[in-house]
Write a protein that binds this ligand. Sequence first.
Ligand code: AMP
Ligand code: MN
Ligand code: MN
Ligand code: MN
Length: 278
Amino acid sequence: MIDLHTHSTCSDGTDSPEALALAGDALGLTALALTDHDTLAGLDAFLAQQPRVRTRLVPGVELSCAYLGRPFHLLGLCFHPGDPAFRARLDGMRLRRERRNLGIAGRLTALGVPFRVEEAAAFAQGSIVSRMHFAQALAARGEVASAEEAFRRYIGDTGPAHVPFEPLSPGEAAAWVREAGGVAIVAHPGRFGGRSFRWEEAILELKAMGVQGLEAYYGDYGPAEQAYFLDLAQQAGMLPSGGSDYHGAYKPGVALGRGRGSLQVPDAVLAALEAASA
Ligand code: AMP
Ligand code: MN
Ligand code: MN
Ligand code: MN
């Protein structure tokens, strides 16, 4: 069993990169990828655990893109973690995020909830201040009853205080990953669009943009959704990937390796991704 989608304290998870590597080993995972949002900051500490753990530790990242006018996440896996061009491009992502975060704070303030980015940053331990930290700060202040309510009322993808990133297209993000020797994967396609979204068309467009696979196994999917996306990957000639999207205590109920309980990503998934990586 493997898990190719997890977050550490370097983005919006609550486990350190080292703790994640050790937890994967304790669980008996064959392989584990760290895929923090828009940063490689945790990878050195994560990969440095390799001689100490039997689990194969895989470099990863989850890039914030826009597709069809909506937030879209692209996973990069199996790239060369020290690639200088990729590192420089991710520094640019940090600046996009900082500008976006100022926008969210401004919208909250205009909505009658005076907010400074520093309040969210106080909940972040790494280089990334994400909406998860805004949600924690709003809940801690008593502005909302829970982080979940902060997303529902203010900062979720369709919320009145949501501000998108300066858009990065899936094609551009896929090129970044591939030029660093990695494979580019659509993250959690089941969370994009709605029930009526026509994936059969979109997946071919994304494939033409250079995206190579899709997350067919995912922590939040039920059996029908998993079967649908495995079939879609096969029909479109895309590689299936899979992971829990573990965030530690920030996503209670989503367990490392097991997602909501029934997730089981086969080892063969990683072998195919590695064969496609440069
Ligand atoms: P950001 O990268 O700053 O846009 O934040 C996105 C992150 O916020 C996601 O990866 C999730 O961890 C979290 N998130 C987004 N929408 C929701 C939601 N509706 N409920 C809970 N968490 C969410
Ligand atoms: Mn997240
Ligand atoms: Mn995501
Ligand atoms: Mn994720």
